[in-house]
Write a protein that binds this ligand. Sequence first.
Ligand code: PLP
Length: 427
Amino acid sequence: MNAPNTLSRLGKNAGTPAISDLMRLAFSRPELISLAAGFVDQNSLPVASAESAWRSIMADTQSAKSALQYGTTQGDPVLRYALAQRLAEESPNFHGDAGTLAEQVMITTGSQQLLYLVAEALVDPGDIVITEAPTYFVFLDLLAARGAEVIGIPIDEGGMCLKSLEQCLEKLEAEGRLGKVKMIYSVSEHSNPSGLSLAEDRRGPLVQLAKRFSTHQKIYVLDDAAYRGLAFDGNEPASLWSHDRSGEFVIHARTFSKTFSPGIKLGYGVLPEDLLQTVLALKGHHDFGSANLMQRLILQVIEAGQYNLQIERLRAIYKEKAETVVQTMEETMGDLRPSVRWTTPKGGLYVWLTVPDHIKTSRNGEFFAACLDEGVFYVPGEYCFPHAVEGGERATHQMRICYGVPARDKIREGVRRLAKVVRRFIG
Ligand SMILES: Cc1ncc(COP(=O)(O)O)c(C=O)c1O
């Protein structure tokens, strides 16, 4: 019998993530230089500190047994307290106490799980989510599967343009659709994909806009700070989350994937009180708690001082790699400015490259094919745009360049190959 399966609406909408095909490409053609994969630097992975944390957990039978047992849905209270303390220390404008804050912290299976749970808790089909344009495309896929309407807000060097955000919210109000807006999503630190952070002087005002327009229902701000900590010079402004003095509007999403190891797949969030119990209940449905052993491991790493050391190492590694990208772009395409331009990241893993708009960077376009022939590829920029962009359109002439994985000589060679194709297409 060949009866069709009957998928749920969510199952039908799930589709294949845009990135799967690029990952297949990278695995099937290892000779290509991938400036696409958003993976971390392979050589930086902290084998020694993970090993010593592991040994110290296993050295004591009682601690080993409790680490090997189930934990709680919200996560290890000692780890949550340690994270709350770190959050308090890095937030000069936070005046609460770490013990209370720890009650609002939850541990998740990567920050991706928190993004999913928040969308699950808030977004019904037809609801509106506002994002930066460009934004983290995996979140766009997730929102599409939930049937959300996504509106993108253009960015400049300081991240999301608040004037456009305000206009967008005013327009939705005039159309009587403000009641559909559930959240504003910002990849606030060294963004994936643009490499740019939300400017310090936009952080407070963004929270204020969310509050001002929360007339029908609360409009949350989802502060995806996945790359926080990775500023090359170690200086980062107070987080977007810390500008929400009342703690009622901003959901803060963090991860150890970028600052320690994606293989342990742990993240954490700080949630407003009125959302926390719902999100915890949903997490209960997913997995009733992230891997307890991994939580003990990261706690041990933090307590041993290894986590801070690892972040310092990563800053130096990614600084060099980012400089290599930018310098090579300068050498090979500097004379093509301003029709060819790129962002200069101050942290994180990404550079956003713009070419003249007649050069279509799509996956199925001639430019992408020519890059493959040269032995290099990237993430097409259009994956990172929602269908609707406030006051503009979905750009089709941009690329996300990730310098996480390749070594510096490969980065140099990859950018040279890319520049060669760009020049050929400019004519
Ligand atoms: C902006 C952003 N948010 C969230 C994630 C999710 O990462 P993880 O689930 O490993 O924490 C990523 C991963 O690349 C990301 O780039």
